[in-house]
Design a protein around this ligand. Structure first.
Ligand SMILES: Cc1ncc(COP(=O)(O)O)c(C=O)c1O
Length: 458
C-alpha cells in the first residue's frame, strides 16, 4: 500500500505528494497496474484533508500517471513499454532510449501552454531554414547548461530534427562521395548508415579507455584523411569519456593537420556533475561542427537537435542542404522544447532522467559486476561489455532466446580488429523490474561464455 513520507515545513503537502507519486511511478516503486489506496484511507493515514488527496489523484491522472475506474479505484497507468513487456515479457536493451515518463508527465501542461500562446498560428507557416530565432537562442542557452559549451553564438546554431538530422546536414555539406571520415573503431550505428548512404568510407581508429587515441588520429591524418567524427562523452557504444588533456591533444592535432571535426555530444547532459571537461568545439570552434540532441535526455519524439557550425560560410552551405532536403526544420517539437528550456521544465526532466539512469546503472553494476567496462561516469545510459566478436554473438543469441534483445554486436563496429563487445542500453527497459529481469538473463548468458572479463563474478 502506497504510504509516502511527508516532511513537515518542507514544500506544501500537495506538492510533496504529487512529486512523490511521480517519482515512485518513474522509478518503479509503484509498478504499472498497482492499486493506489482509496482517497479517504490515504488522507486518514497521512492526517491530511481528503480534498488534498483528491486534487493529487486528479493531477496525477492528468499527467498520465494514474488511471481511474468508477467503483474500482485508481491504478498506476501502464507505460507504452510496460504494456508490450506485459504482453510477451521481452526486454529490450538494443536501442538507446531513456525512460520518458518525466517528459510524458509534463506534456499535458506543455500543450495547454501552447494553446494559450498568442503567436501559435504563426507556427503554421514555414520556419526559417535554420529554425525560429527564439528556438536557436533557447538552444544556445541549453547547450551552455547541459553540455558546458558557453558563449555559443546562436547565429551559428541551427535547429535540427534530432541528432541524426544534425549529423546528416554536417556530413552532406562537408563531404563528397568517396571521402574518408575517421571515427572511433566502434561508433554510432547511425553514422555508419549515413556513410553508406552518402558513399563515404569510414576509417576506424584505435581507442583506449578515454576513447580515440591521439597517435592513431595523427597517423591517419598524415595519410591524408581530413574529417574526424568523434563522440568524446559517453562514446557510443563504449561509454568512454575523454578527459581534458585528451581533448586538448585531439584539438592540437586537428589544428596542425588542418582537420575538420564533427563532434557528437548527444550524451553530454548525462555526465554533467561528473567533472566533465568542455567540448572539443570550445578549443577549436573554427573547425568543429558540433551536434547535440534532446532525444536522450528529454524525449526522442520531439525530434529536436542542434548543429553548431564554425562560421557564416559554412552556415550558408548547411542552409543550402536544408533547403534541398526539407526546406526548413519541423517547428512544433522545437516549440515544445523551447518552452521547456525557457521555463526550466527541461532542466527538471533532465534531472529526473539522470537520477533514473544513475539508479539503473547501480543495479546494472551490482548484477553484471566486472563484465562491464568502467563505469566511466555515474549515470551512463549504455554500458559496454568487452568480449570477442564470436562470444558477443553467442551471448546475444542466448539472451534473445530468453526474450532479451541487445544491440547486434556487429552494428557499431568499424574496425573489427580493434573492437568487439556487447552494448546494453539500460534506459530502454520499461522499469527497474524489467531491467533486473533482463540483466539476470544476460548474467546467465555470460556465465558460461568463454573469455568474458570478470567471469565468475557475473
Ligand atoms: C551518438 C549518437 N548521436 C546521435 C544520435 C541520434 O540522435 P537523435 O535520436 O536525436 O536523432 C544517437 C542516437 O542513438 C547517438 O547515439
Amino acid at each position: 500500500m502506497w504510504h509516502p513520507a511527508l516532511r513537515k515545513g518542507a514544500k506544501p503537502i500537495y506538492e510533496q505528494l504529487i512529486e512523490g507519486l511521480e517519482r515512485d511511478v518513474i522509478n518503479g516503486a509503484l509498478p504499472p497496474g498497482d492499486k493506489l489506496p482509496p482517497q479517504r484511507d490515504l488522507a486518514y493515514r497521512l492526517k491530511i484533508g481528503v480534498g488534498t488527496v483528491t486534487k493529487v489523484y486528479a493531477e496525477a491522472r492528468r499527467r498520465g500517471l494514474l488511471t481511474a475506474t468508477v467503483g474500482r479505484g485508481s491504478f498506476v497507468a501502464p507505460s507504452g513499454e510496460a504494456k508490450s513487456a506485459e504482453g510477451n515479457r521481452t526486454v529490450d536493451f538494443s536501442r538507446n532510449i531513456s525512460p520518458h515518463n518525466a517528459a510524458a508527465a509534463r506534456l499535458g501542461d506543455a500543450l495547454i501552454a501552447l494553446r494559450r500562446r498568442a503567436d501559435l498560428a504563426e507556427h503554421l507557416s514555414y520556419p526559417p531554414p535554420a529554425g525560429v530565432t527564439a528556438h536557436r537562442r533557447a538552444g544556445a542557452g541549453w547547450l551552455a547548461r547541459s553540455a558546458g559549451i558557453v558563449d555559443v553564438d546562436w547565429k551559428r546554431l541551427l535547429v535540427c530534427e534530432g541528432g541524426q538530422h544534425a549529423l546528416a546536414l554536417a556530413f552532406s555539406s562537408l563531404c563528397r562521395p568517396g571521402d574518408t571520415v575517421m571515427t572511433e573503431a566502434a561508433t554510432f550505428f547511425g553514422v555508419k548508415a549515413l556513410a553508406e548512404q552518402l558513399g563515404l568510407h569510414l576509417l576506424g581508429l584505435k581507442m583506449d579507455d578515454q576513447g580515440l587515441l591521439p597517435d592513431a588520429l595523427d597517423r591517419a591524418a598524415a595519410g591524408g584523411a581530413k574529417i574526424l567524427y568523434t563522440i568524446p562523452t559517453l562514446q557510443n557504444p563504449t561509454g568512454r569519456v575523454m578527459g581534458a588533456k585528451r581533448r586538448g591533444e585531439i584539438a592540437k592535432i586537428a589544428r596542425e593537420r588542418n582537420l575538420t571535426l564533427v563532434e557528437d555530444d548527444v550524451y553530454a547532459p548525462f555526465a554533467q556533475g561528473d567533472g566533465l571537461p568542455p567540448p572539443i568545439a570550445t578549443l577549436v570552434p573554427e573547425r568543429t561542427f558540433y551536434t547535440a540532441s534532446l532525444s536522450k535526455i528529454i524525449a526522442p519524439g520531439l525530434r529536436c537537435g542542434y548543429l553548431l557550425v564554425p562560421d557564416e560560410d559554412r552556415l550558408e552551405r548547411v542552409i543550402r542542404t536544408v533547403r534541398a532536403y526539407s526546406y526548413a526544420p519541423a517547428g512544433f517539437g522545437a516549440l515544445i522544447a523551447t518552452q521547456w528550456i525557457e521555463d526550466g521544465t527541461a532542466d527538471e526532466i533532465a534531472t529526473s532522467v539522470r537520477r533514473e539512469i544513475v539508479t539503473r546503472a547501480k543495479l546494472t553494476g551490482q548484477i553484471l559486476g566486472k563484465a562491464i567496462e568502467g563505469p566511466h561516469v555515474s549515470g551512463a545510459p549504455h554500458v559496454w561489455l568487452p568480449m570477442s566478436e564470436l562470444t558477443a554473438e553467442r551471448v546475444a543469441g542466448r539472451a534473445l532466446r530468453e526474450g532479451v534483445s541487445v544491440t547486434p554486436p556487429s552494428a557499431p563496429i568499424v574496425d573489427a580488429r580493434e573492437m568487439a563487445g556487447l552494448r546494453l542500453c539500460i534506459g530502454a527497459p520499461a522499469d527497474l523490474a524489467a531491467l533486473e529481469r533482463g540483466l539476470r538473463v544476460v548474467e546467465s548468458a555470460l556465465s558460461d561464455a568463454p573469455g568474458v572479463s570478470g567471469r565468475g563474478v557475473v
